[in-house]
Design a protein around this ligand. Structure first.
Ligand SMILES: NC(=O)c1ccc[n+]([C@@H]2O[C@H](COP(=O)([O-])OP(=O)(O)OC[C@H]3O[C@@H](n4cnc5c(N)ncnc54)[C@H](OP(=O)(O)O)[C@@H]3O)[C@@H](O)[C@H]2O)c1
Length: 370
């Protein structure tokens, strides 16, 4: 990129209105490389030492197959999709008691039972009766009860990675981590994780039972983990699993201000970031991803996922999908390696966009650490 083009590009990006012209191949040289792998079989390691867990570079978020993403596809089709993901090299499958509740664990359990030893199942405890709107419940007896239920629903005798879904202020973290530690000694659980815990909460729990992974929302629209928890994970040797890595579909460019949601089975209609005004205000971000991808044969979703993978080697995003085409697309994001200078320019352009609309509101917002 010559200095005039660079100045033009940065100026336009700083204004938050990237133009198509600023992303021509001269303005944004295509220096990135693709590796030969075109499936999901490249691997990464979450956690360290005895807590290390080798997984595919991208996992599969299974929630939307049953819960919170408007439609619920045919169950048989989702079983086929889960098996296809396994065939394509995905080894990390993410579910939770709360997804449904229960039906998502049952789906994952049925689909993956024939390959149990070849894959990693992550599930979560932490809500009263498994229903987020009823509040938090991480009492030791409840954790044990959820684990027994999850083992049945998942058709297995061990859970590879057990997360606390949200920190419960009523139950000391020492008790939570201690209970999971006991479950690990009993062989029912292999590894411990937390979700949306703050850096201080991660440290406290890690001192009792070392964590393998922290799972929190992280994407180009939610950069808060960069403030503290990513550094804490790096320091302590804990893996980081970004959930909603496509910002619930937004970063693919597939959603727009006229998208209709089924509010009975979707949290997006209640979240500020998915309201019409916010979608329009945030659209320049999608345009940057699209323009960058257009020069390189990538989709906006692939650029968003490749960007996360490029951040740290201990990051393993778990995009959710109900479509084989999107699964192929998302896994292929792992094939793209950014040239350092193009990554720097892309990040600068994206960072110049001020994101409009919070990711959560109300009680959900208060349950997240940073
Ligand atoms: N720990 C937590 O508190 C927490 C919270 C939320 C989610 N999660 C986990 O994270 C996983 C993913 O999160 P998420 O579903 O909220 O968000 P996401 O992965 O950012 O986005 C999923 C949405 O994007 C669409 N999509 C995926 N790939 C696409 C592509 N290539 N092109 C166009 N659209 C695409 C999907 O629709 P299609 O089905 O049409 O592809 C779906 O509606 C969940 O399944 C769950 O396991 C954890």
């Amino acid at each position: 990129m010559n200095s005039n083009n660079r100045r033009d590009f940065l100026k336009t990006a700083a204004l938050g209105v990237p133009s198509l012209l600023s992303f021509t191949s001269t303005a944004f040289a295509s220096n990135g490389s693709t590796q030969s792998k075109t499936d999901g079989s490249a691997s990464r390691v979450l956690g360290s030492g005895k807590q290390a867990l080798k997984v595919s570079s991208l996992g599969l978020g299974c929630m939307g197959m049953s819960y919170h993403r408007s439609f619920v596809p045919d169950r048989g089709a989702m079983i086929s999709l889960l098996r296809k993901a396994k065939d394509m090299g995905v080894t990390l499958f993410d579910t939770a008691e709360a997804y449904g509740p229960i039906i998502n664990e049952q789906l994952v359990g049925e689909a993956l039972a024939p390959f149990r030893k070849e894959i990693i199942i992550a599930t979560k405890f932490g809500f009263k009766n498994g229903i987020p709107s009823e509040g938090l419940d991480s009492r030791p007896e409840r954790i044990r009860q959820v684990v027994e239920n999850s083992l049945k629903h998942l058709r297995t005798d061990y859970i590879d990675l057990l997360y606390q879904h949200r920190v419960d202020p009523q139950v000391p973290l020492e008790e939570v981590a201690g209970t999971v530690s006991d479950l690990i000694k009993e062989g029912k659980v292999k590894h411990f994780g937390m979700s949306e815990a703050s850096a201080a909460q991660v440290r406290k729990a890690h001192a009792i039972q070392p964590l393998t992974a922290l799972q929190s929302e992280y994407s180009l629209m939610t950069r808060s983990p960069e403030q503290h928890v990513l550094n804490t994970c790096e320091e302590l040797g804990i893996g980081f699993v970004p959930y909603s890595p496509l910002s619930r579909g937004m970063l693919s460019g597939y959603l727009h201000e006229r998208t209709k949601y089924n509010a009975a089975n979707d949290n997006r209609p209640s979240l500020p970031r998915y309201q019409k005004e916010a979608v329009i205000a945030n659209w320049p971000l999608i345009e940057i991803l699209k323009d960058f991808g257009d020069q390189r044969g990538l989709t906006a979703a692939q650029v968003a996922l490749a960007w996360l993978l490029a951040k740290k080697t201990f990051i393993v995003p778990i995009p959710g999908t109900t479509k084989a085409a999107h699964l192929h697309e998302n896994l292929a994001a792992a094939d793209y390696s950014f040239d350092p200078s193009e990554l720097e320019q892309l990040t600068a352009a994206l960072s110049a966009i001020k994101i409009v609309g919070d990711r959560y509101t109300g009680i959900s917002a208060t349950q997240t650490g940073q």
